[in-house]
Design a protein around this ligand. Sequence first.
Ligand SMILES: NC(=O)c1ccc[n+]([C@@H]2O[C@H](COP(=O)([O-])OP(=O)(O)OC[C@H]3O[C@@H](n4cnc5c(N)ncnc54)[C@H](O)[C@@H]3O)[C@@H](O)[C@H]2O)c1
Length: 332
Amino acid sequence: MSEPRVLVVGHGLIGRQRAQAVLEHGATLAGTVDPVAPGRPDAPHFAAVADVPAGDYDAAIVALPHDVAVAAAHTILRGGRPVLIEKPLGLRAQQAQRLVAAAATLGAPSFVGYNYRFLPGIRAILDAAAQGRLGTLRTIDLLIGHGGHPGSADGWKLQPDRAGGGVVLDPGVHLLDLLLLLEPRLALEHAAATRGFWKTGIEEDVVLTFAHERLIATVRVSHVRWVNTLRVEVVGEDGYGIAEGRGGNYGDQTLRLGRRWAWAQPGAPGQRDTEERRDFGPGNASLTDEVGAVLARWRGAPPAPGPAPATFRQALAVTALVDAVYDRIGRA
Ligand SMILES: NC(=O)c1ccc[n+]([C@@H]2O[C@H](COP(=O)([O-])OP(=O)(O)OC[C@H]3O[C@@H](n4cnc5c(N)ncnc54)[C@H](O)[C@@H]3O)[C@@H](O)[C@H]2O)c1
């Protein structure tokens, strides 16, 4: 497709940002769809996808509550249009597989919104690891914590029947995506979860451990950690990368890249002084940058170097890992 006309389905927190990003990247916003939230003055708005004339859009962004996202994405794919669907790709691998099969029949690729790949600190660590600059990976620790707000339990995101689960599915899948990018052969070794603060039955504090050969990894996701936190630490035998923050109330995005025993170089006062340090500030352009990368592919560009939007196959692997975690900790 030369210049895609993009429909944004679900005009809530994320749909609004995606719609804005479509316009910022010079594409046409074919319209927004939401039975509750209003649209925007510069694009048509519909209450349901079925109300959108079939010839009016070429691709869609699906930003819906998890319980309705799969059916909506499937309908759009079966109608012949690729999608960017917000994470996760299905609540179970079986659902994800159905979407993979529907997407595979189309000429244009479909993607899943795993925008943490596009955070600049994380992106630098992924690059360093992929280029072998960290050496054989030995230790990965990924942590997201947030505290929500007094009304969090009233929204769909903490209701197991609507969200499909708790912190493993949201936001844990972002970390599982990063983990599999770093080492797709990692196997789940242990999973522990606690529940009880939010009273909806969801798992709200989770520890996962993974291993492959000499690599050990942990994933920590918590909804009872009262200061919003994102931390990514990746250590190889030759060096390490540490990214913190996500902008906004997760704190400035920072990056430290260091080399093993760099302190031993003549004149180096200490390990920390030898590190390459970056402060990317309080912003977070990852959702917008991801839309730019998706639009480039829909416009026909080949996969570009640098962070790439998550393919359906990659996202299916994440959902399969989610299934494995719930097999251990139980679903609410
Ligand atoms: N990548 C990220 O950083 C990130 C952050 C938050 C949420 N998300 C994901 O984005 C998706 C949406 O989350 P959100 O925070 O925008 O939720 P939200 O509740 O703010 O928005 C969802 C919108 O969908 C609308 N909706 C419900 N059913 C609909 C239907 N059948 N057709 C059209 N619209 C319908 C609702 O009225 C609501 O406005 C979820 O998959 C979530 O996991 C991603």
